[in-house]
Design a protein. Structure first.
Length: 446
């Protein structure tokens, strides 16, 4: 007979066992090894759990087993849809394997990344997926010394013995450059920054390979200073100001956000895109799809990377003879026309009388933050909306840092996100999102 403690707090496993009329071991098996329990018995235990509102104590289970059924994932930035796709693919596969995924975003801050790794280790996750832009050797080796397996995502380690899943970034640069060359471009401007980042360096290597295969094609390096949109705005202004004879006749942005900022600046200067200067991106970032000109880019297969990384991690956890390896996924060109949304196919049926559409609300004004990236005044916290505002604002003739365009709101009308503000991210990662004062994001998906 199961001794039932007095109910002074939330229900415990003892209460569940007493309500279902089974032993504590049976309840444990239902929760952890359901295949060992007969269906009628398992049904009684689940009914008792539902009636009592019992929730397993994950911390207690972790103390007994030494780890949880959770997997930690730290990404470089959830403002890039590549990483939200990685989250989506990892979450789907983890759930299929009865695992929980804990997600954190470092926002390209190595110190914040280390803090997230330490926090995930303290929660006793069974392993780590690290979608970083750098090797992070010291942080990864510390985790591995504490018994945590680590799988790199979108980065191939050269100094750490670990599994990794990457997209072929050299091929991405190559196919993007080939596309511009096939359009007749002979002076290709490469807008980039941070050559220390592995994806940047490899995309440039692919670009150089394509140029080497076509005598007469030359490279014009344009340093953006940063891989975020303000860097592209500055690079686009410098390209537009070049004499026509020296100006690139094609532009490749190492990221889509850089490329779209260049497009916005070229159009503001009266240069037609793509008629005068074709512009391509390199990472198929859906955050950049809101611009006035559709952008050719290259697939990154983020969901497949996330799913493969989870599979590699679980394999390492279950197989003591596991051998570390790198899985490389291909890159394919996505022409601008393919990035436009396909028309919605409506089911056929009886025709309905047309109704007048409700008037659209007045478009809010744009505001400029101190670093020069405008966003919608008030509640514009979605990165896609921010970037669309950035493009539109530049095309309307808005100024840089602290200036306002004709008829627009001045700086200071709205500021950066307040600490703790809840904000949406792209659909595939919209799970209990919360910005902390450092600007990082911690998400738990189930």
């Amino acid at each position: 007979m199961v001794h039932v403690p007095r109910r002074d707090g939330p229900p415990s496993v003892h209460h569940v066992a007493a309500r279902a009329g089974v032993s504590l071991a049976t309840v444990s098996n239902v929760l952890n090894h359901p295949e060992r329990v007969a269906e009628p018995t398992a049904a009684r235990v689940h009914d008792a759990i539902a009636e009592l509102g019992y929730t397993p104590n994950r911390n207690a289970r972790a103390l007994v087993s030494g780890s949880t059924q959770a997997i930690g994932l730290v990404v470089a930035s959830l403002r890039n849809s590549l990483f939200t796709d990685v989250v989506s693919g990892a979450h789907t596969t983890a759930r299929e394997r009865r695992r929980t995924l804990l997600v954190a975003s470092s926002e390209n801050d190595l110190e914040a990344q280390g803090e997230h790794l330490a926090f995930l280790e303290s929660t006793r996750v069974s392993g780590i997926l690290l979608a970083s832009m750098t090797e992070s050797r010291a942080q990864v080796e510390a985790a591995k010394q504490h018994g945590l397996p680590v799988v790199y995502v979108n980065y191939e380690p050269t100094e750490v013995d670990a599994c990794s899943v990457v997209v072929d970034n050299e091929q991405a640069g190559y196919v993007a450059a080939q596309h511009l060359i096939e359009q007749g471009c002979r002076r290709i401007g490469f807008v980039s920054a941070r050559p220390d980042l592995q994806p940047v360096a490899r995309r440039r290597a692919g670009l150089l390979r394509a140029i080497a295969e076509h005598p007469g094609v030359e490279l014009v390096d344009v340093d953006a200073g940063d891989i975020d949109p303000p860097g592209g705005t500055d690079a686009g202004a410098r390209i537009a100001a070049m004499p026509v004879a020296e100006r690139p006749d094609g532009v490749l942005g190492v990221t889509d956000l850089l490329a779209m900022a260049v497009v916005s600046e070229l159009r503001a200067a009266g240069i037609r895109v793509p008629e005068d200067i074709p512009v391509s991106g390199c990472d198929h970032n859906s955050v950049a799809w809101g611009g006035a000109v559709p952008l050719t880019s290259v697939t990154m297969h983020g969901e497949e990377m996330g799913a493969t990384a989870v599979a590699l991690l679980l394999e390492e956890l279950s197989d003591p003879m596991h051998v570390h390896r790198t899985v490389v996924l291909g890159s394919e060109l996505v022409p601008a026309r393919a990035r436009s949304a396909a028309p919605v196919q409506r089911p056929r049926g009886p025709r309905r009388r047309a109704t007048r559409a409700a008037p659209r609300p007045e478009r809010p004004k744009a505001t400029v933050l101190r670093h020069g990236t405008p966003f919608w005044s008030g509640k514009a916290t979605d990165p896609r909306e921010q970037f669309a505002a950035h493009c539109r604002f530049r095309e309307w003739g808005g100024g840089r840092s602290g200036e306002a365009g004709p008829g627009e709101a001045g700086a200071g009308e709205a500021g950066p996100r307040a600490p703790g503000m809840r904000v949406p991210v792209t659909k595939s990662a919209q799970r209990l999102t919360r910005f902390n004062p450092r600007g990082s994001i911690l998400i738990e998906t189930f």
